[in-house]
Write a protein that binds this ligand. Structure first.
Ligand code: URA
Length: 251
């Protein structure tokens, strides 16, 4: 196998962007054949036993793909639906020429619209959705009851008691009376709907407008596009660091 720089090898293996891989190496989290590697420029062939935080790193593989979809209401975000409803994978299949087997990155409720990612990169999908990596997701919610009082906004920001525990601190702004923008770093089932209902303002319509560094932008409903390598690298960086880097500060 051809040799390449260690940081590039890690990036090709889908661990992180090249810059983030260099930081992982500098932090002493990468070992080659059992010895901590400190030089991101050292060459590896891929024959070595390379680990990150003690876990083996997969060998470089063919380029992974990530798609962004603007999910319309009524489309389910599972790979297959037992009730025959359209799925987000169907939306991408028309545009994907890579032949990759794509899976949704997390879920949106059938009646939630907006940004959903699909990828064949299981490691990236895991990091983007696992609460440990605290990747922020931003939603716009239209809620019942008109203007939401400051007391309820504060509760949403500081944490709401739900039946599966208190929610973590969130960014919450009222864009117009009854129009909220919420940024969460966790992703529990129907979390935004349950949080808003808990403060007395049930959700009437919900849209995800951002996922980590990626914004929905002007992607039309039902449309899908493949992310550029730079966008994928930014996503990887956002998902590369866990709470240790962010020192558990609020979002
Ligand atoms: N929160 C919800 O309540 N529903 C979604 O689809 C996403 C976040």
């Amino acid at each position: 196998m051809q040799s390449m720089r260690l940081a590039k090898h890690l990036a090709h293996a889908g661990v992180a962007s090249r810059r983030a891989a260099e930081a992982l190496i500098a932090d002493g989290r990468v070992a080659v054949d059992g010895e901590v590697a400190t030089d991101p420029a050292r060459d590896v062939t891929g024959e070595e036993a390379i680990t990150l935080d003690g876990r083996p790193v997969a060998p470089p593989r063919r380029e992974r793909v990530v798609f962004a979809v603007n999910k319309p209401a009524g489309v389910v975000s599972t790979a297959r639906d037992t009730h025959g409803r359209p799925t987000v994978v169907d939306l991408v299949a028309r545009r994907d020429e890579s032949g990759a087997r794509l899976y949704p990155v997390g879920r949106l409720d059938a009646d939630t619209t907006g940004l959903l990612l699909l990828t064949d990169d299981g490691d990236l999908a895991h990091r983007l959705t696992h609460p440990r990596y605290e990747v922020p997701k931003t939603y716009r919610a239209r809620v019942q009851g008109g203007r939401v009082p400051e007391r309820a906004l504060r509760a949403l920001r500081e944490g709401v008691a739900l039946d599966d525990g208190r929610t973590a601190p969130a960014h919450v702004r009222q864009l117009a009376p009854g129009e909220l923008e919420l940024t969460l770093r966790e992703g529990r089932k129907r979390q935004v709907r349950r949080m808003c209902a808990a403060v007395g303002h049930p959700v009437q319509a919900l849209q995800r407008v951002a996922f980590g560094p990626l914004r929905l932008g002007d992607l039309p409903p039902g449309a899908a596009r493949r992310l550029t390598p730079a966008e994928v690298a930014r996503l990887r960086s956002a998902a590369a660091a866990g709470p240790t880097r962010r020192a558990r500060r609020s979002p």
